[in-house]
Design a protein around this ligand. Sequence first.
Ligand SMILES: Cc1cc2nc3c(=O)[nH]c(=O)nc-3n(C[C@H](O)[C@H](O)[C@H](O)COP(=O)(O)O)c2cc1C
Length: 181
Amino acid sequence: MPRIGLFFGSNTGNTRKIAKMIKRRFPDNDDIADPLNVNKATPELVAGYSHLILGTPTLGEGAMPGLEADCQNPSWAEFLPQLAELDFTGKTVALYGLGDQEKYGDNFCDALGELYDFVVARGARVVGAWPTDGYEFMASKAEREGEFVGLVQDLDNQKMLLEARLEDWLKLIGPEFGLPL
Ligand SMILES: Cc1cc2nc3c(=O)[nH]c(=O)nc-3n(C[C@H](O)[C@H](O)[C@H](O)COP(=O)(O)O)c2cc1C
């Protein structure tokens, strides 16, 4: 079984696209599972991995994706409560989030911050903090002590930076995840 689980929620496909890019970046590497939408995941599946890469967009006004944020399918908002009792102690977790800094500068990538708080409260070791340089926003729950808690991508305004940012971040977390660079 792969060591590294790759889970995402997505409304319009951007977060899924990045999950697929991460998987494709390591071809023929059995350590990393195929990306799975959280609306098809189970707590048992998440529990089975020692390493997790979790991705989420922010919807609504700073909300997790899910039915209340007008997604067509359940997503993180419905799945996280199912993980409430899961012990993340001993797990290494890397997070990435998507948002729109121009339209939602007051809630930029808030769901990424919520995901961070959720796993940290359950004992996870989170790696892959990311600089806020190069982004313009007013407030973000994903910002802690001057850094984002994970990779931030803005495909609405900075799509041209997608690949370079992802590559740099994968280099950052690679050693923590035992992934080749
Ligand atoms: C209705 C709606 C609400 C949004 N609210 C926020 C928000 O509060 N904060 C933010 O950073 N981005 C917000 N966004 C931007 C999305 O997070 C961004 O477009 C993201 O790339 C969508 O990812 P997905 O295609 O995986 O769903 C919102 C987008 C939509 C359509």
